[in-house]
Design a protein around this ligand. Structure first.
Ligand code: HEC
Length: 216
């Protein structure tokens, strides 16, 4: 009798020892977790149905006025091109100082996003704005930026046109980030100023370069 009990006891101990594993061993099993607290709770996937709500949406609509952290766009100048009086501003936002790098960026983005219609020089004869297309009514002829009406517009106007579009021109807010829109607006200003400049506007040290036809 005793031998039988001993055998069973030894067998149980051996099973326990084998199943418990040894300290330091690697295991893909989750650790023993006696106190669950609230570690494992019921949750819903974003598009899941939930009968508890009258509209059955588990994903609740945002409370009106909710702003995600880091996405508060309170800077009217930067995000809307407008000053405290609500009018379009004629300056770059203070966070984007006018530098050569900003203009280079503006030129590069302009050449990608605007030149196909507006032409690299801004005269409105881009590859898409061919006379045949315009005659067929597929596209309104883009105006030249040197048009006196546009030349008199504040810088914020160009930011605004890129952001919201204008008449038949589509908005580009979805494709072009805010900072790049300002860089492009600054480049449009460069096109306007450079094409209406008088020889007296050229700095003395650049005059020789200009006369010899040299770039930069
Ligand atoms: C697909 C062609 C196309 C592209 C790309 C395009 N535009 Fe235009 N844009 C137009 C057309 C067409 C008009 C004239 C719209 C009208 O009056 O119906 C226009 C008008 C404008 C005007 C004048 C608005 C006014 O007051 O008359 C500005 C400024 C302008 N675009 C800037 C830009 C800038 C900057 C970009 C690049 C971010 C750009 N556009 C990209 C076609 C384009």
């Amino acid at each position: 009798m005793t031998t039988r009990y001993t055998t069973v006891a030894v067998g149980l101990l051996a099973t326990l020892a084998l199943s418990a594993g040894c300290r330091g061993n690697k295991s893909s099993d989750p650790p023993i977790h006696p106190n669950w607290n609230m570690d494992d709770q019921q949750y819903f996937q974003p598009q899941e149905d939930n009968d508890w709500f009258p509209d059955h949406r588990a994903q609740r609509p945002l409370v009106a006025g909710t702003v995600a952290r880091g996405l508060l766009k309170a800077d009217d100048h930067l995000y809307r091109g407008r000053g405290p009086d609500g009018r379009l501003v004629d300056a770059l936002p203070p966070s984007l100082p006018l530098t050569q790098a900003l203009l280079d960026r503006g030129e590069a983005r302009y050449d990608i996003y605007c030149a196909p219609c507006h032409e690299k020089s801004g005269h409105g004869n881009g590859i898409i704005a061919q006379p045949g297309r315009i005659a067929a009514g597929l596209l309104v002829k883009p105006p030249s930026y040197t048009d006196p009406r546009l030349a008199a517009m504040p810088l914020g106007y160009f930011f605004d046109v890129i952001t919201h579009g204008k008449n038949t021109m589509r908005p580009y807010a979805a494709q072009i980030p805010v900072e790049d829109r300002w860089a492009i607006a600054a480049w449009v200003r460069v096109l306007q100023v450079s094409q209406r400049a008088a020889i007296g506007d050229v700095p003395a040290d650049k005059l020789d370069q200009l006369k010899s036809g040299g770039a930069q």
